[in-house]
Design a protein around this ligand. Structure first.
Ligand code: FES
Ligand SMILES: [Fe+2]
Length: 406
């Protein structure tokens, strides 16, 4: 089935051919078996059994105590992705961001450095920035009494400061969160009291993202979804290929094959590559072919994001748990460059609507109806088979970070 997703060709695009990928990506793609290898399990990674029966208690999706443990141990303690770095491409780009709950500001300063602040004026707490759309700002001016901050968080000016005893501007710096740009994404540690641990910033993963063009991409559009499901249920369909030809039978399912993907660990992150329906190993050496037409890259970005390639764009999603049964998802469509003519714009916009429909009405629906089914109390455990085998592995990794006492 042809789809807008597969025909969107911006006019002057940078073409992603096999040789634009990293040696590690190429090596993984060359291990994708031919489809005529049949239904028998194929070895997809030496650290994953192709045939498994693993379980998890249903309570990991339902229990508020488990949600709190994940928040304390992972989401408030480890670096989490906020958005693609390409969302704030230039010095002076500023946005309010509340995806994880707390009101934050993300700003690229005049020095090019991205910083994250609590969105709270140090006078009496008013939010400084109200729009969640990216805009240019030379400084942050509080709407209440006009205290004015630099994009580095310093208080530059306070109106009528002579009316405060011993006023010292340096005591009123904005509260900031440890922030880094890594692999084309902006990361922050949401608890400023925690000593940041950046050890998950794996070079191999950053190299993959660089070869996909993530750091230099154009953010074509984005949308916030609010999903009534545990964040892990939202994540699961993006970690397995078992559902693809089934859940997506009426949309994109017949572009894909019913085979497990080749999996590679990149630090705490995972890469999965899979051949689409027209994939033939012998075609890989035809020069100049768009590799994303025949091969899909899907990354599980630890702990809570995904990056998925399509022929002419990349999808990035950040999954932000709000409650045990509620998740914010920010979807971003990234193009190699801004569409530069009407046709490219129209194709990009049709691709955007299609992908939002597939994710929004199919994958997110699966998450929602699974949450409702599990909440019925009708099963104590969920079961994972060989085509879902990265999921229990991922949960082992997640749980290895859980604090045991406090
Ligand atoms: S609360 Fe911001 S200036 Fe008063
Ligand atoms: Fe899916």
């Amino acid at each position: 089935m042809a789809s807008a997703a597969d025909t969107a060709a911006p006019s002057a695009r940078k073409k992603p051919t096999l040789d634009t990928l990293s040696p590690s990506q190429i090596e993984a793609i060359r291990r994708i078996p031919a489809h005529d290898s049949g239904q028998k399990p194929v070895p997809i990674a030496d650290w994953l059994d192709p045939v498994i029966k693993k379980t998890r208690p249903a309570s990991i999706f339902l229990d508020p105590a488990r949600f709190d443990l994940e928040q304390r141990s992972v989401f408030r303690r480890l670096p989490v992705p906020l958005m693609p770095a390409a969302r704030l491409p230039e010095a002076g780009d500023v946005v309010a961001f509340d995806g994880y709950g707390p009101a934050l500001i993300v700003a690229r300063g005049r020095d090019g450095v991205v910083r994250t602040f609590h969105n709270a004026c140090q006078h009496k707490g008013s939010k400084l920035v109200e729009t969640c759309e990216v805009h240019k700002a030379a400084r942050l001016i509080c709407p209440y009494h006009s205290w004015t901050y630099g994009l580095d968080g310093r208080l530059l000016a306070a109106a009528r400061s002579e009316m405060f005893t011993d006023f010292d501007k340096s005591e009123y710096r904005l509260s900031s969160l440890p922030t880094r740009e890594y692999a084309g994404m902006i990361w922050a540690v949401l608890d400023p009291e925690v000593e940041p641990d950046w050890s998950g910033m794996d070079d191999g993963f950053a190299e993959d993202m660089a070869h996909l063009g993530l750091p230099t991409a154009h953010v074509y559009n984005h949308r916030r979804f609010q999903i009534d499901a545990n964040w892990k249920l939202v994540l699961e369909p993006f970690m397995e290929s078992y559902h693809v030809t089934r859940l997506h039978a009426s949309s994109i399912g017949d572009l894909f094959t019913d085979m497990a993907s080749i999996c590679t660990k990149l630090g705490p992150h995972q890469r999965k590559v899979a051949g689409k329906i027209q994939f033939k190993p012998s075609d890989l050496d035809i020069p100049g072919e768009n590799i994303h037409k025949t091969v899909t890259h899907a990354y599980q970005v630890f702990p809570n994001a995904t990056v998925i390639t399509s022929p002419y764009y990349i999808s990035m999603m950040v999954l932000m748990p709000i409650a045990v049964d509620r998740t914010n998802v920010d979807y971003y469509m990234l193009l190699p460059q801004k569409p530069d003519n009407e046709k490219a714009e129209s194709i990009a916009s049709r691709s955007y609507e299609l992908i939002l429909r597939v994710f929004g009405e199919e994958d997110f629906r699966a998450a929602r109806i699974t949450q409702e089914g599990l909440a019925s109390g009708g099963l104590k455990t969920v079961t994972y088979g060989g085509m879902e085998n990265t999921i229990p592995t991922y949960y082992d990794q997640l749980e290895s970070h859980f604090l045991t006492n406090e």
